[in-house]
Design a protein around this ligand. Structure first.
Ligand SMILES: [Zn+2]
Length: 343
């Protein structure tokens, strides 16, 4: 299958290996698609390895060849990915990506000096963030794999998430250029792998929230101001580890942000999404998943026009509050429920 997508915020797939050519990298897109597939399938209780700690290894002696249901499709050591993805890149460098974003916020250091939060994006990279259209070709490498599953996954990410690297810099929002892609094959594929596993410390549709907010005339500065404000919400005296845990840090042990905020697109829309685990040492009995997510929700719904908030089993969900089944939430997210097309 072949489809065309259009970036809505700059797309950056580089930064992993040095010396690569300056264009959209397939690996960056596949890596993101894999992340989302893993998270959704974990939410459905499917068997999914944790690639950061316990990756599958192909072993024909073991049941299922030693592969979880994600590695079966996306590959593992000794096992080839079930599809090939090729990008025909028509994008160009995005001049809107400035090497430095200066916040409108101010803070005072313990020494009494006034500082302005500033974010830097290295501008000496070979491969810079890009914007425009790209054609993606997806081909099954075995007759039993349907490429339309990956098409459906692209539609899911287009609706709710981002692709590529540095989502925390607001990159990677896109849309299919020629109308919606069918999400039913993705749903059917995922449901066939559903199970009863639970995951309390890693990304899962059980612990993910997906939101969109609107702010008239928003600029990239608003993205970073919001990032700063959310961080502040978790930086009480004892909360420094929590703040790093939620919003990420580059100090000391690098930690990725669990909450991502896109740059504005479509006249002031910003996407805010993230995953907050059920179990975490940093909660220390004072916090839990629900209280953390609630703080984020209240900040967004108080300070912005909250267009949509999706989350399983939550009164905060604006489309189907307290929907208890992840399968039902997924159907709704994929617009497979009647009435969802109105959204
Ligand atoms: Zn695996």
């Amino acid at each position: 299958m072949e489809l065309e997508i259009k970036t809505l915020t700059p797309l950056w797939t580089g930064g992993v290996k040095s010396g690569r050519v300056d264009r959209i990298q397939e690996t960056g897109i596949i890596g993101s698609l894999r992340w989302w597939y893993e998270a959704i399938l974990r939410g459905l209780g499917g068997k999914v390895c944790d690639p950061t700690t316990q990756k599958c290894l192909y072993d024909p002696e073991k049941p299922n060849n030693g592969l979880c249901d994600v590695c079966k499709i996306f590959g593992a050591t000794g096992w080839r990915r079930r599809f090939r993805l090729v990008v025909h890149d028509h994008t160009t460098h995005d001049p809107s990506v400035e090497p430095r974003v200066v916040s409108t916020r101010r803070y005072t250091t313990p020494g009494g000096q006034t500082r302005t939060p500033t974010w830097y994006f290295p501008d000496n990279l070979n491969d810079k963030p890009r914007s425009g259209n790209l054609t993606i070709q997806i081909q099954g490498t075995t007759p039993d794999f349907q490429p339309v599953i990956i098409g459906g996954l692209l539609q899911f990410v287009a609706d709710w998430g981002t692709v590529g690297a540095r989502a925390q810099m607001g990159f990677g929002v896109f849309e299919p250029a020629n109308g919606r892609l069918d999400t039913k094959p993705l749903y059917d594929g995922l449901i066939s792998s559903a199970g009863t596993c639970t995951y309390t410390t890693i990304p899962s549709l059980q612990n993910i929230f997906l939101a969109r907010i609107r702010l008239e005339n928003a600029t990239v500065r608003d993205t970073f101001d919001l990032k700063y404000d959310l961080r502040q919400l978790f930086s009480g005296q004892q909360n420094s580890p929590l703040r790093h845990f939620i919003m990420g840090t580059v100090q000391g042990r690098r930690m990725a942000a669990k909450v991502k905020i896109s740059r504005p697109y479509d006249n002031g829309l910003m996407r805010v999404w993230g995953w907050i685990p059920e179990d975490a040492g940093v909660y220390q009995g004072f916090w839990n998943r629900n209280s953390v997510v609630d703080v984020i929700y209240h900040h967004l719904s108080t300070n912005y026009a909250l267009e949509v908030w999706r989350e399983v089993n939550s009164p905060r969900d604006t489309v189907a509050p307290n929907i208890s089944s992840t399968q039902a939430l997924l159907r709704s997210l994929l617009r497979l429920e009647e009435g969802d097309n109105a959204e």
